[in-house]
Design a binder for this molecule. Structure first.
Ligand SMILES: Cc1cc2nc3c(=O)[nH]c(=O)nc-3n(C[C@H](O)[C@H](O)[C@H](O)COP(=O)(O)OP(=O)(O)OC[C@H]3O[C@@H](n4cnc5c(N)ncnc54)[C@H](O)[C@@H]3O)c2cc1C
Length: 594
């Protein structure tokens, strides 16, 4: 099993050139951050991910979790790693300094998220969920609740969960039934939540559940959902955890992957009611929860990137060692990395991973620029782009993650299918990422049905114009980048064609959006990835003449852009054509005919 090495150079390059870090650093709130500090944070995070977290990955997968006496037990290796994670100050790096966070930009912390996921995604889910809960509390909780809970969550002494799903309410939360009965200044919650990630564990002295539930007089559907905070242990007058609250893990799921992450069924109120506190306004809980969900969606995208990177590293290591077959001009049996098909596979893995990384980091940068903008107009512009990109940043890297980790197995041949190489674990672990946090189909419908339609395509159109603006620079680069220029131009034409088709076709074909959404999302993801790699090639070209430039690394960026243009961008046209085909054949069979 290959060791994980954080791809620091690639991450720094992506942050600087493709996530436009200079614009983030220019924001007044980030005065104290500079490129040198960012590089030091990445280096330290890389050391922690590789040295502390990565060694727990395999053992966590083997040992898994269990419920003993209504309490979840996790492997001791993870508990020890979590203690070190908190000691080193990692939980709060991007959180509000007012409550003890370090206030670093998301554009930087997303790279840390990628590294935590690459090292041990089952572990990484725990601090990621806490971060989402912190953000939701910062935005929507009362000052009293913020004072009581934020510092402990930011310090990592307590962790957070997200309790949405119920057996009958998955993608469609309108049918959720968990109840909240007012009781003085608080509420008593009763109901069952399923699939709650890190819903119970012994790693911290308290757990803070953010729970969607209904008030007695709530209207039906999504307009009657409120958000509550329910701690595992109620707080004493001095703020420390005291009496046990009425929320217990009933069982944990046996899953395909992420074995070290407890996925719990939580029973609220089996013994009279779990005490909870309202977050935000009554009946507006779904909107408040979306703060956490959107945060998590980008985080899940970063999981796709991390696991793709890890699978790539593992596959390269194996391909260098494994000898099979002969090759023209070489004596004897060669390492499989010599074969064109293995090279194609490895490059495909690397190019797709880098495209996904660039999409995620750029989305983080849009979020930073939206949340910390100096004026309302630029805040609205960047918010619009971040909202457009969020479903793409969740779904594209997680689709890619499945492909790349599967290719990783393929490079190993039979050894990939055997657990001991570790390649199979990445494939198993990444599979959930296209399901949770809203399945990729739900992301695609959000993109095509809401983000595109709601403004008549204005945000998409502005983004397309910006992506087109690299064309003169690609033209100046001459023959070397001609293939990249042509592929990007064709891809962007397809985005325009397809967007127009969806914007004008809904009346003609009421099922069009839903039928086309997945391919529309993959079209956009593929083209935005191509735009990012093209910009990478331009930045590498500009940098390669500088004294001390790392020519090998920079030339590789140019090569990746060319490879992606030749081998991946044709998929954009196929996705566009499939999206434009409409719903007729998709809807033609009766239910019985399936
Ligand atoms: C390991 C794991 C961890 C999880 N962690 C959490 C957690 O911490 N907190 C939490 O609240 N939940 C969690 N979940 C739940 C997860 O978010 C849901 O499984 C997911 O949202 C899908 O819901 P569902 O399983 O009910 O599938 P369903 O909603 O039943 O969907 C089944 C299929 O139908 C499709 N579908 C559904 N509706 C539509 C539609 N309108 N249009 C097109 N296609 C549609 C879906 O895309 C999917 O392919 C977790 C799940 C797992 C397995």
């Amino acid at each position: 099993m290959a060791d994980y090495v954080a791809p620091l150079k690639q991450m720094r390059f992506t942050i600087e050139h493709l996530a436009e870090f200079q614009h983030v650093l220019a924001l007044p709130d980030y005065n104290a951050v500079d490129a040198e500090m960012a590089a030091a944070v990445l280096e330290e995070a890389g050391r922690f991910a590789a040295g502390v977290l990565a060694p727990t990955n395999w053992v966590g997968d083997r040992k898994g979790v269990q419920v003993i006496d209504n309490a979840v037990q996790v492997p001791a290796e993870l508990t020890a790693a979590y203690a070190q994670f908190c000691e080193a100050g990692w939980p709060g790096i991007a959180s509000n300094p007012e409550f003890g966070g370090q206030g670093l930009p998301k554009t930087l912390s997303i790279a840390c998220d990628e590294m935590w996921a690459a090292a041990n995604v089952a572990f990484a889910l725990c601090p990621e969920l806490s971060q989402g809960a912190i953000l939701a509390l910062e935005r929507h909780a009362t000052d009293e609740l913020k004072r009581a809970y934020l510092a402990k969550l930011i310090g990592g002494q307590w962790t957070g969960t997200m309790c949405l799903t119920e057996p009958q309410a998955g993608s469609d939360l309108s049918t959720l039934t968990t109840r909240a009965q007012p009781q003085g200044d608080r509420y008593l919650l009763t109901g069952r939540k399923i699939y709650i990630t890190w819903g119970d564990h012994p790693m911290t002295e308290n757990i803070v559940h953010l729970v969607l539930a209904r008030l007695p007089d709530a209207p039906p559907g999504t307009k009657g959902i409120s958000l509550f905070l329910a701690p595992k242990y109620k707080l004493k007058a001095d703020g420390s955890p005291g009496e046990r609250n009425d929320v217990f893990a009933v069982s944990v799921e046996h899953k395909l992957g992420i074995h070290a992450s407890p996925t719990a069924v939580l029973a609220f109120g089996d013994h009279g009611g779990a005490e909870g506190y309202l977050i935000g306004k009554a009946n507006e809980g779904l909107a408040a929860m979306f703060t956490m969900m959107n945060y998590m969606r980008l985080g899940v995208g970063a999981q796709g990137v991390g696991l793709s990177e890890r699978a790539y590293q593992q596959a390269v290591g194996y391909a260098r060692e494994r000898k099979q077959g002969r090759a023209p001009g070489e004596k004897g049996v060669v390492a499989i990395i010599r074969h064109p098909d293995i090279r194609r596979t490895l490059l495909l893995m690397r190019a797709l991973t880098q495209a996904s990384r660039a999409i995620c980091y750029y989305t983080a940068s849009c979020l930073d620029r939206a949340s910390h903008a100096a004026d309302a107009e630029s805040a609205a512009t960047w918010q619009g782009r971040a909202e457009l990109l969020t479903p793409i940043a969740k779904a594209f890297p997680t689709e890619v993650g499945q492909e790349v980790t599967s290719l990783g197995i393929q490079v190993h041949g039979g050894m990939g299918y055997v657990e001991e190489t570790g390649a199979a674990q990445y494939y198993r672990d990444v599979r959930i990422a296209s399901i949770y946090e809203g399945t990729n189909a739900i992301q695609a419908i959000d993109l095509a049905g809401r983000k595109l339609l709601r403004d008549g395509g204005a945000v998409v159109s502005a983004f397309v114009s910006e992506m087109r603006s690299v064309d003169p620079r690609l033209a100046n680069a001459g023959e070397d980048l001609a293939v990249v220029r042509q592929a990007l131009a064709r891809g962007l034409d397809e985005v325009v064609l397809c967007s127009t088709h969806l914007l004008t076709g809904e009346k003609r074909d009421p099922e069009l959006i839903s039928a086309a959404a997945f391919n529309y999302l993959m079209l956009l993801g593929t083209v935005i990835g191509g735009w990012q790699l093209a910009r990478g090639a331009l930045a590498a070209g500009a940098e390669s003449g500088a004294p001390g430039a790392d020519r090998t690394f920079l030339d590789t960026q140019v090569l990746l852009a060319k490879f992606y243009a030749e081998q991946v961008m044709p998929r954009a046209l196929a996705h566009g054509a499939a999206a434009r085909a409409g719903s007729a054949s998709i809807m033609a069979l009766s239910v019985e005919q399936f």
